[in-house]
Design a protein around this ligand. Structure first.
Ligand code: 5GP
Ligand code: ZN
Length: 114
C-alpha cells in the first residue's frame, strides 16, 4: 500500500527504531510513547485491522504475538508484566489502518482503559 504509514516503515521508506525484525514481522518503538516501553508490532503484509484478518493470516498473527512475548522476555519486562493492545476501527481508537499491536510496559497500567 503506497500511502500506508506502517507499510512505509516496513519498507524502510520512513525510519523507525527497530527492536525486532524477521521476514514477516517488524517491532519498533512508538513515536509517542505512552509508557517507558511502548513498542508497535506489525505484519509486513498490509492488513487493515483484526476485522480484516483471514484464516490464512492466523499463523502470521500467532507468530507476531509469540515474538512480542519473546521481545518482552528479552527486554526483561515479562516478570513485572506488560500489556498488549490492538485497537480496531474508529471507536476502538485505531488511527493507523495497518494492523498493529502495542506492547506497553515499565509502569503500572490502569484498568479499564479510557
Ligand atoms: P493506534 O492509535 O492506531 O492504535 O496506534 C497508532 C500508533 O502509531 C500511535 O501510538 C502513534 O503514536 C504511532 N505512530 C504514528 N505515527 C508514527 C510514526 O511515524 N512512527 C512511529 N514509530 N510510530 C508512529
Ligand atoms: Zn500498510
Amino acid at each position: 500500500m503506497d500511502d500506508c504509514l506502517f507499510c512505509k516503515i516496513a519498507n524502510k521508506k520512513i525510519p523507525a527504531k527497530i527492536e525486532y525484525e524477521d521476514e514477516e514481522i517488524l517491532g519498533f518503538h512508538d513515536i509517542d510513547p505512552q509508557a517507558p516501553v511502548h513498542l508497535i508490532f506489525i505484519p509486513k503484509k498490509h492488513i487493515v485491522s483484526l476485522d480484516q484478518v483471514q484464516i490464512s493470516d492466523t499463523n502470521l498473527i500467532g507468530k507476531l504475538l509469540f515474538q512480542m512475548a519473546e521481545t518482552a522476555r528479552k527486554l526483561k519486562i515479562s516478570e513485572a508484566g506488560y500489556r498488549v493492545v490492538n485497537n480496531i476501527g474508529t471507536d476502538g481508537g485505531q488511527t493507523v489502518f495497518h494492523i498493529h499491536f502495542h506492547l506497553l510496559a515499565g509502569r503500572k497500567l490502569k484498568w479499564p482503559p479510557g
